[in-house]
Write a protein that binds this ligand. Structure first.
Ligand code: NAD
Length: 501
């Protein structure tokens, strides 16, 4: 498969199936058509398995299963929050126990480094399930004093209660296939909902493995279903299904707009976690030049730049511009590029051939538009979809590589004069997912925090997700927030009650 370490027995058995089915009502089920999608190892370009391309009928079957599991008399709905929590704790433990199997599978289907698959995907998912296991017993409404007296001077008692919203459609991308799935599935289950998960066609296998583990953890059949397939057929059928009560989507802004429209056809609740073009702003008074450059490099090159919150535009104050940029280029150039199973690698292949072509086209466009290529810019390997850490320097702010999300290891650096200039440039974007600020002046940092148009702001650190920190975007980066308390309340609906006596 690569110069890989030995695959775990469980993964070898899983891959030996070769043709993978949907996971519906607690078991594998064949698709209603013979259509399949090949899953490719992006380091070797080998096919590692095939999944069914889910039809509208397959989606119907999965939604029907989720609806049945959501019936008020079902085992899931009758379960106490405490017991629901116990299952989620078990699920978290099982994910942790199977870290190596999950990580190897994610590296095979996505290409990413095994150390990242272990920590971000398997590890991240275990932490997210454990975090939300604790939330099952903490969902609460409010008691309210009404603003008007009751007719006839009667007494009253007004309250709100939060109820699980119903069947949830979770549509996820390929960049963190397991952890992003967990950001949706864990809070939805904690709230008492049932889920149909549609993984990306690039990375569908790890979602099937997650569904197997859910059953082993004790989740009743139908509570978590997985339908594999593409966006145009499977994803569209799921997000336009009338029995779905909430769509939670992470992916590109383009797809998010389509899903938002489909959701409104059925007045389905929707949250959209979309693309980013996040700025990093480096002031002359940064704490430490080497640490700052390392942080900026990590913020863009981690996971091959395929990170929604990647800091892909760096604004550096003029006096420091050349020296910080030299350090960033150096950090990129010293990264070891290799296949995902190389434990010493710093950068693996991109997810697919077509994605590599997209990233390469942006680099070519940058050169054409007059940005100066300082470092990287090509695939250094003969086989596999690799891209070097790439750094551009630009003075003209109006150009494609500064405006559009590239979703690869490509950074554009632009100088700025002062705080106002930095804010103007950083906010001059249709996106607003994240931003980082690098300074030792706390009052400057506070001004930036207050005025940056971004859903997440980190100071003196690249952005890292955390189960207790809400994530989401301003502007075209999305609607709604996931993770944290908000994350679980996404999957509830509010009932207002007034008892008059
Ligand atoms: P994508 O939009 O192409 O696909 C995402 C998912 O949507 C896939 O499962 C795909 O099959 C499905 N899909 C595609 N068309 C659909 C349709 N018409 N109806 C329903 N489903 C459809 O995105 P991608 O290339 O997989 O992922 C990369 C994008 O995800 C980037 O833009 C990145 O910024 C974004 N992202 C955002 C966050 C965040 O938290 N904001 C996190 C990770 C990735």
């Amino acid at each position: 498969m690569n110069d890989t370490a030995a695959l775990t027995t469980r993964l070898s058995e899983f891959l030996a199936l070769q043709n993978h089915k949907h996971f519906i009502h607690g078991a594998y089920q064949s698709g209603s058509t013979d259509q399949q999608i090949a899953v490719i190892n992006s380091a070797t370009e080998d096919v590692i398995g095939r999944v069914s391309l889910g039809s509208a009928d397959d989606v119907d079957a999965a939604v029907a299963s989720a609806l049945k599991a959501f019936h008020h008399a079902s085992p899931w709905r009758r379960m106490s929050p405490d017991d629901r929590g116990k299952i989620l704790y078990r699920y978290a433990d099982l994910i942790e126990e199977h870290t190596e199997t999950i990580a190897q599978l994610v590296t095979l289907e996505n290409g990413k480094l095994i150390k990242d698959s272990r920590s971000s995907d398997a590890g991240g998912a275990a932490k997210t399930f454990r975090y939300y296991a604790g939330w099952t017993t903490k969902i609460e409404g409010e008691t309210l004093d009404l603003s008007q007296p009751q007719k006839g001077g009667k007494q009253n008692f007004a309250l709100t209660r939060r109820e699980p919203i119903g069947v949830v459609a979770a549509v996820v991308p390929w960049n963190f296939p397991v952890s992003i799935a967990s950001w949706k599935v864990a809070p939805a289950l904690a709230a008492g909902c049932t889920v149909v998960l549609k993984p990306s066609e690039e990375t569908p296998l790890s979602a099937l493995l997650l569904a197997e583990l859910a059953i082993e953890a004790g989740l009743p059949p139908g509570v978590l279903n997985v339908v594999t397939g593409d966006g145009a057929t499977t994803g569209a059928a799921l997000t336009s299904h009338p029995d779905v009560k909430k769509i939670t989507f992470t992916g590109s802004t383009h797809t998010g707009k389509l899903i938002g429209k489909a959701a409104m056809e059925n007045i389905t609740g929707v949250s959209l976690e979309l693309g980013g073009k996040s700025p990093a702003v480096v002031f002359d008074d940064m704490i430490d030049q080497a640490e700052t450059a390392k942080g900026i490099a990590a913020g863009i090159f981690r996971n091959q730049g395929q990170v929604c919150v990647a800091g892909s535009r760096v604004y550096i104050q003029k006096k420091s511009f050349d020296r910080v940029l030299t350090d960033i280029c150096h950090a990129g150039e010293s990264m070891k590029i290799s296949h995902g199973f190389d434990e010493t690698a710093d950068l693996g292949p991109l997810v697919s051939k077509s994605h590599l072509q997209t990233v390469q086209a942006y680099i070519d466009q940058g050169k054409k538009d007059g940005a100066q290529l300082l470092s990287g810019g090509r695939n250094p390997m003969e086989k596999g979809y690799y891209m070097q850490p790439t750094v551009f320097s630009a003075t003209d702010h109006q150009q494609t590589i500064i405006e559009e999300e590239i979703f690869g290891p490509v950074l554009v650096a632009v100088p700025f004069d002062d705080l106002e200039d930095a804010l103007e440039k950083a906010n001059d974007s249709s996106m607003g997912l994240a931003a980082t600020v690098w300074t030792q002046d706390i009052s400057k940092a506070m001004t930036m925090i207050n005025r940056l148009q971004a859903g997440v702001v980190y100071v003196n650190s690249p952005v890292r997700s955390d189960p207790n920190l809400p994530l989401g975007g301003y502007k075209h980066s999305g609607i709604g927030r996931e993770l944290g308390k908000t994350g679980v309340y996404n999957y509830t609906t509010l009932k207002s009650v007034n008892i008059v006596f």
